[in-house]
Write a protein that binds this ligand. Structure first.
Ligand SMILES: CCCCCCCCCC(=O)SCCNC(=O)CCNC(=O)[C@H](O)C(C)(C)COP(=O)(O)OP(=O)(O)OC[C@H]1O[C@@H](n2cnc3c(N)ncnc32)[C@H](O)[C@@H]1OP(=O)(O)O
Length: 194
């Protein structure tokens, strides 16, 4: 069974956006946007360590391996973890538009159980933009990039200004990220998403 709510259907006057001319090239690894991000940060011991790669057009691909720390039922991935992997992959699409956006709504279909040690092959694409609203969808496959679908999602991201993070984030982390002597890391922490 599947189906998404009306909020995830682009309105009739939504447009298909254009890939930003300075977007990462197809095939390029995007790298972590923030070292403490649970989805992609290398500094999170039990994080997903998801690695997303720019695809053609308005798409990305990503992989993550389900670890024992990600279990819900014995030997199986927790559904919330799988949704996190989808959220992270969908969030990385914003590099292609080079806008800052946060997840407003995310709906997941869980189609097949995903065992520990499985590599989840994710792909995602932006489908439409309407004002600050960015519509997208993603699938996660097991057994290979063309394997059976285990999870799929549709999402609505909302474009925000960098102030969203500065005004809402805990001051300790905001100050630490702003004081990072690594200029690239400092910019990435705020450039796209939390
Ligand atoms: C390489 C980079 C990789 C990055 C990966 C990151 C992956 C992780 C991404 C995340 O998980 S982000 C963290 C989770 N999300 C949040 O914490 C967001 C919390 N929510 C908010 O801060 C605000 O609700 C939000 C900024 C989303 C919207 O508030 P605003 O006051 O800016 O928006 P506003 O209410 O003016 O709504 C703007 C439009 O969006 C629509 N909208 C907002 N929230 C919605 C919602 N939840 N569902 C449906 N529509 C929504 C709203 O109806 C409206 O539509 P219209 O323009 O047509 O009138």
């Amino acid at each position: 069974m599947s189906g998404t709510s009306a909020a995830l259907k682009p309105p009739a006057d939504a447009v298909r956006p254009v890939r930003h001319p300075e977007a990462p090239a197809p095939g390029e690894l995007l790298g972590a946007h923030y070292e403490h991000c649970f989805g992609c940060g290398e500094g999170q011991r039990h994080g997903l360590h998801l690695q997303a790669r720019a695809g053609d057009g308005l798409s990305v691909t990503a992989e993550f391996t389900v670890q024992a720390a990600h279990q819900g039922a014995p030997g199986l991935a927790h559904g919330g973890i799988l949704t996190t992997a989808l959220d992270e992959t969908l969030g990385s699409l914003n590099w292609l538009l080079r806008v800052i956006a946060v997840t407003g709504r995310l709906e997941t279909d869980f189609v097949r159980p995903v065992p520990v040690d499985t590599v989840l092959h994710l792909d995602a694409e932006i489908t439409a933009v309407h004002g600050r609203k960015i519509y997208s969808r993603a699938t996660g496959r097991i057994g290979g990039p063309d394997g059976p679908v285990a999870v799929r999602a549709e999402a609505l991201f909302i474009e925000v200004k960098v102030d969203h993070f500065i005004e809402n984030g805990r001051p300790a982390e905001i100050e630490a990220a702003m004081a990072d002597p690594d200029q690239v890391r400092r910019a990435r922490a705020f450039e796209v998403n939390p």
